[in-house]
Design a protein around this ligand. Structure first.
Ligand code: SF4
Length: 306
């Protein structure tokens, strides 16, 4: 932690966190036009992801299903929170599949807001989306980055895994000590671990499990390694570690800018713990170059730093 910084003053963004702004790149504009035209949400836009110029410029994006409004209010998250005003759109899975097809994706990542207001927490909608993707893009692999399906975890996992997504991703987000403070009373650290372990147990095919940690929220490096150990102890294959960016003044403050050398150290620790792939770097996000992450894990390429 920076001790010389006056109280209330935010740490200045270091060089290694600077990203290029979205430009007039044709591919970027094509992706934007297609997604907006299909009335689809992406976590890239909803979370103001710093990698949007890179990802959209390469013709990839991460779909956000189940609407724009999340029923949780995590202290680090940019996504709009509150009571969703619209029901789940039954045609959204088809539009996602159509857009993924038009983008020519070989690996499709789908995430969502939390929908505690829906009886199955959105699991059926996830299943419908995977089904639509597999029908439209039979050669593509599908990754789901899911909420915790609070209270209906077992049924939700059955519903979702019946459609055989290749990657099941659920982010633990932060270390045990900070989990409740950052995520509120509903989500739990042990619940996230249990969901990941149970997904692996229930799948009757070799599903890859994955989770992510954001750093710079007040954790210590040793606590990050403890979390890596917990994830590995619950069978997680792929892990991502990236720098927290404070979305607004009302969100949790950035505690520190984690140096690229520390990210490299996390990667070494993860490798030593036996993860198939460790993606660790300041700008790494759960879905950042997810196709490469999956490929690296599947081919035993191992750890990658960005
Ligand atoms: S890292 Fe993920 S959320 Fe961010 S722009 Fe890329 S695909 Fe979208």
């Amino acid at each position: 932690m920076e001790t010389s910084r006056p109280v209330g003053e935010r740490p200045r963004r270091p060089e290694w966190m600077k990203v290029r702004a979205p430009s007039a790149n044709t591919k970027y504009n094509d992706v934007k036009k297609l997604l907006h035209g299909q009335r689809l949400n992406t976590i890239c836009e909803e979370a103001h992801c710093p990698n949007i110029a890179d990802c959209w410029g390469r013709g990839t994006a991460t779909f956000q299903i189940l609407g724009e409004t999340c029923t949780r209010a995590c202290r680090y998250c940019y996504v709009n929170s509150g009571a969703p005003s619209e029901p789940v759109d039954p045609l959204e899975p088809l539009r996602v599949a159509q857009a993924a097809h038009q983008l020519g994706l070989s690996h499709v990542v789908v995430t969502s807001v939390d929908r505690d207001d829906v009886a199955d927490r959105g699991a059926g909608h996830y299943a419908a989306t995977i089904r639509a993707l597999k029908a439209k893009l039979p050669d593509a692999t599908v990754e789901v980055l899911t909420p915790d399906f609070l209270g209906v975890e077992e049924e939700a996992l059955h519903t979702l895994l019946a459609e055989r997504p290749e990657v099941f991703n659920h982010n633990i987000e932060t270390v045990r000590r900070l989990h409740r403070k950052m995520r509120g009373g509903k989500a739990s650290y042990d619940g996230a671990l249990a969901l990941l372990a149970r997904a692996k147990e229930l799948a009757d095919y070799p599903v890859l499990t994955k989770s992510g940690i954001i750093v710079g929220l007040g954790e210590t490096n040793d606590e990050v390694v403890d979390t890596l150990r917990d994830l590995r102890g619950h069978g997680v294959d792929v892990v991502t570690i990236g720098q927290y960016l404070q979305p607004s003044a009302k969100h949790a403050e950035i505690d520190r800018w984690v140096h690229p050398d520390e990210f490299a150290w996390f990667r070494e620790q993860g490798e030593a713990l036996g993860f198939g792939t460790v993606f660790s770097g300041p700008l790494v996000r759960s879905s950042f170059r997810a196709d490469e992450q999956r490929h690296a894990a599947a081919t035993g390429r191992g750890a990658i730093s960005y």
